[in-house]
Design a protein around this ligand. Sequence first.
Ligand code: SME
Length: 153
Amino acid sequence: MNVVNYDLLNAQLSGLLHEEHDTIANLANASALLYQILPDVNWVGFYLMKNGELILGPFQGKVACMYIAMGTGVCGTAATSDQIQCVDDVHAYPGHIACDGKTNSELVIPIHANGAVVAVLDLDSMRPARFTEADVQGLSIFAKILEDNCLWK
Ligand code: SME
């Protein structure tokens, strides 16, 4: 089971970010918080929009691919479509980019500034269908807190 108290988690993030606006520092602590608290995740982090592609940002987990083209993989699809991608089986996902072959499910949430996607939050799990509607809801609020508290450019 993976019952997470998202009210508490999101309150912890708001506390961590209080009067702190540096994007990299905030994303670094946000990824550490998620990696500490969420059960059954093997990678948690951010890809940032830069020069029309996604580049690796702060994360926790094994080394990962540095660049993802828009529209490719789970992250690039989330960024291009501006749609949350909750993938029960990454092996069945067209174009999935396998950074860690042990990953089986993935959740990607777009992050916005001024109406545009500026980053994505990416979570991977070795457990198939790890991410539920509760995770989508809770982590959407987590992403919104980051949208409101970082200086995106
Ligand atoms: N699986 C992702 C690539 C990033 S890693 O999971 C860290 C994708 O298909 O976009």
